[in-house]
Design a protein. Structure first.
Length: 392
């Protein structure tokens, strides 16, 4: 797999060389701390490809990292931005042990004179680092278990704006999942510790969702001002070929307030519900923890039928300068996360909140690229996450 990644990277470079004005290499070390993965060390040489106008059009980010759970884990990533309204992403990763990821994604906005957005995703992965602590908002660390999820998934999303700022959307996803023993040998297998949990024997999911949204943000990628308010419902039913039947519905609010030139106050809240939850696989239920919510806990630290979480962060531009011939902004973003999961829809979801405080460090190349390192601290200690795109 490592040789395949190298050949692909070389092939892409040979193919694009005649049409690019610049090739920039940014060598980056990788030192990560994740509650589920422990410490990860690696090296990430990022290749930035500029078009003849100096605009960032492609990123090649092939790396190799080491973690005691996965062993050596080489990867090839290609990010493409053919126009300001298009992007694509290819990921190929294969670890020394169990884990692997193969992802292809394409998104185009601005179709039908700017009224339509289309997103297509095809992915397959095996992840041996996943955790399950049982259901509930107060599960103990002593109940930690580990499993491997083997998933093949396809997704198509089509959104249409009949009038400016209002959107209606349909999304279809089909997933097949199987569960196996995990890669963390000093933790019990989830199927042993929680043998009656729904979903251990695998599942097929055909989810059809519909949503409406109000969106007046100035950018969907790097937002400085505006509001997104959205409501959605997803039906997963045996009549559509799914293993079980249940309904998900939820609400989301994002609000961005510019404060002078250097500051943006960013607020995010989510409220999700699951109807007929006892039929849903445990990995389909609402969860908190990880890079998108409660950044002081590992992924899926708390799982139950429903969830609420909210985040506030102050995105502060600390420095703007040309780095490697690319205009880059460096942000510091102190943040505060709160959230809880709960079983009953009648529960007031603010009576037993978990709290996380932390700070994020971001590198921004407008109009499309954000790289981040977010460090959070919760009741179980620190966590560090890294990746691309804002958490919201």
């Amino acid at each position: 797999m490592r040789n395949l990644a190298r050949l692909l990277a070389l092939g892409v470079l040979v193919w694009v060389a005649p049409v690019y004005a610049g090739l920039i290499v940014v060598p980056l070390p990788e030192i990560l701390t994740d509650p589920n993965e422990g410490n990860t060390y690696g090296f990430l040489p990022v290749l930035l490809l500029l078009d003849r106008n100096g605009r960032l059009e492609n990123i090649i980010a092939h790396d190799i990292r080491y973690n005691k759970i996965t062993g050596w884990f080489p990867a090839f990533r290609l990010f493409g931005y053919p126009t300001i309204d298009q992007r694509y992403y290819i990921l190929l990763r294969k670890s020394q042990k169990i884990d692997e990821d193969f992802v292809g994604e394409y998104e185009r906005d601005g179709m039908l004179d700017g009224a339509m957005n289309v997103l297509v995703n095809l992915s397959y992965f095996q992840d041996s680092r996943l955790r399950f602590y049982g259901f509930g908002n107060e599960t103990k660390e002593s109940g930690e278990s580990n499993y491997t999820q083997d998933k093949f998934a396809t997704l198509l999303r089509v959104a249409y704006r009949p009038i400016e700022k209002f959107e209606i959307a349909w999304q279809g996803r089909v997933e097949t999942v199987s569960i196996h023993h995990g890669g963390v040998t000093d933790l019990p297998f989830t199927g042993t510790l929680y043998p009656d949990t729904q979903g251990l024997d695998g599942s097929t999911v055909n989810g059809q969702s519909f949503g409406v949204a109000y969106d007046d943000r100035d950018s969907t990628t790097i937002t400085n001002r505006g509001t997104l308010g959205a409501a959605r419902v997803e039906v997963v039913d045996r009549a559509l070929g799914s293993s079980k039947s249940y309904v998900k519905y939820g609400f989301e609010l994002r609000h961005f307030v510019p404060l002078r030139e250097r500051f943006v106050l960013a607020l995010h809240s989510v409220l999700d519900y699951l109807q007929n939850a006892n039929q849903a696989p445990f990995y389909e239920r609402s969860s908190l923890g990880g890079v998108k919510s409660l950044r002081g806990f590992g992924g899926d630290r708390f799982v139950d039928s429903n969830r609420f979480f909210s985040t506030v962060e102050l995105r502060t531009m600390a420095l703007r300068r040309e780095m490697f011939d690319v205009l880059t902004e460096f942000e510091i973003a102190p943040f505060f996360d709160v959230g809880e999961v709960f079983s009953s829809a009648r529960t007031v979801p603010v009576d037993s909140l978990h709290f996380v405080g932390g700070v994020g460090f971001r590198g921004v190349v407008r109009p499309q690229v954000v790289g981040f390192v977010d460090m959070g601290y919760g009741s179980e200690g620190p966590a560090v996450f890294t990746g691309l795109d804002y958490p919201f």
